[in-house]
Design a protein around this ligand. Structure first.
Ligand code: PLP
Length: 453
């Protein structure tokens, strides 16, 4: 295969690439958008068109693209030691330093780190850790787990089974169902009905307790939750929900696993949101994405002293990945964290995040927009046919995609997900770029509204 730059990349891609989460017919019809270059919050396609990437890659380009010092660190580490496995008793400097750094940043006694290749493998590892820890702690029957509707925890066999987002489960496949249970999503827009937020929260916590009682607390070993459900529709839970759910977990010796693959590393203005934003202390945090800002594929499962202590002794931990503790990925992550600290990007995200919320909330005044929700640099708009009844537009109108296409034509990327458009820009976004997002999105929504009447 030659790398001749005159090759038609789009044609080659259409002929040979199977993209994740792709719709065959429309992909073959429309072909790919080929991106060539990125800097800060901007992307350029092969025709030289610039886009402001309000998607942040895929919730991940936190420090922004095109940083020279990231390229230099990656190149230097690749030259010095491109690979060294971390199985059994071997390690490398960046892997050990990154583990120590993550233990330092994580809340409470989360002092131990299992490095992985991304978010799915971090959550998959946590799923295995549930049964492993519970057995080590003398509770071998506690192997089952509870997660929530509208959640996304990854794409391995186990993690896609733990998640429960509409449309993720292909009818051609079977998924794991044994020992995996789900409770309602804490959806304050669609599920709250006539209840106050406090009543809704009481009901959700009650449902969790009832589910534990139904299965038997002696059988439930872990509970998985994204602090804000990301791909399930940027679902922000009611006040105190996460804290109360964590307390129920701790009462029953159920491990509370915070999936912070999206919410970690500054998206909500903190290293981790479960404790700092919601006051809930997890037993395990899974992270990826902003851990390296997408400069390298990497994830991590960070877990507590209690788990670590229970595991000690004459036994094996027989799980892990070739690229766990990859020196180049770890060096990139360390530099990424250094940049977040040096540039105080957590404070910046808090500041511009509030501005983003304020600017986008105005869109709720548009007839098509039923809800604008999320926090700080994690927001979405939901389109509806009727704002009072919250009725959705028919699927075939593909309203989210239409809005995304109209925005793309104006140089803005917002991610379509059914009737939603989701945004998670890099933490380095400026207020004037946020103005551009708000104004362009508004113009795009108005254009699509005109098409629909
Ligand atoms: N968990 C959450 C909350 C996610 O949003 C994602 C990916 O979007 C994952 C896990 C899986 O991460 P990865 O795609 O890196 O495997």
């Amino acid at each position: 295969m030659t790398t001749d730059t005159n090759l038609d990349i789009a044609a080659l891609d259409t002929a040979h690439s199977l993209h994740p989460w792709t719709h065959f017919e429309s992909f073959v019809r429309d072909g790919p958008l080929v991106i060539e270059r990125g800097s800060g919050c901007s992307l350029w396609d092969t025709d030289g068109r610039e886009y402001l990437d309000a998607v942040g890659g895929l919730w991940c380009t936190n420090i922004g693209l095109g940083r020279r010092e990231m390229g230099e660190v990656i190149a230097a580490q690749a030259e010095k030691l491109a690979f060294c496995n971390t199985f059994v008793d071997m390690t490398n400097g960046p892997a050990a330093l990154l583990s120590a750094k993550l233990a330092d940043l994580a809340p409470g006694d989360l002092n131990h780190v299992h490095l992985t290749t991304g978010g799915s493998t971090a959550v998959d590892s946590a799923y295995r850790m549930v049964a492993y820890y519970q057995r080590c702690a003398g509770r071998p029957e506690k192997t089952q787990v509870i997660a929530r509707d509208s959640s996304y925890h990854g794409s391995t066999y186990a993690t896609i089974s733990i998640g429960k987002r509409a449309g993720d489960k292909m009818p051609e496949f079977e998924y794991a169902t044994k020992g995996i249970h789900h409770i309602s999503a804490p959806d304050c827009y669609r599920a709250i009905g006539e209840r106050s937020e406090a009543e809704f929260c009481d009901d959700l916590v009650g449902e969790f307790e009832a589910k534990i009682a139904e299965i038997g607390p002696e059988k439930i070993g872990g509970f998985f939750a994204e602090p804000i459900q990301a791909s399930g529709g940027v679902v922000v839970p009611p006040k105190d929900y996460l804290k109360r759910i964590a307390a129920v977990c701790h009462k029953h010796d159920i491990l509370f696993i915070a999936d912070e693959v999206v919410t970690g590393f500054g998206r909500l203005g903190h290293w981790f949101a479960s404790w700092d934003e919601f006051g809930a202390q997890p037993d395990i945090i899974c992270c990826a994405k902003g851990l390296s800002s997408g400069y390298q594929p990497i994830g991590a499962m960070i877990f507590s002293d209690r788990i670590w202590d229970a595991m000690q002794g004459d036994r094996w931990y027989a799980s892990g990945f070739t690229y766990a503790g990859h020196p180049v990925a770890c060096a990139a992550s360390l530099k990424n964290i250094e940049i977040i600290e040096r540039e105080d990007l957590l404070s910046h995200a808090t500041d511009v995040g509030q501005y983003f919320e304020d600017r986008l909330s105005v869109l709720e005044g548009l007839p098509l927009i039923g809800d604008v929700r999320g926090r700080k640099l994690m927001l979405c708009v939901e389109s509806v046919a009727d704002k009072t009844t919250k009725t959705l537009l028919p699927d075939h109108l593909d309203v989210g995609k239409r809005i995304a296409d109209a925005a793309e034509a104006r140089g803005l990327m917002v991610r379509p997900m059914g009737h939603l458009n989701v945004m998670s820009p890099p933490l380095v976004i400026t207020k004037s770029q946020i103005d551009f997002i708000a104004e362009t999105l508004e113009a795009s929504v108005k254009e699509v509204t005109d098409q629909l009447v």
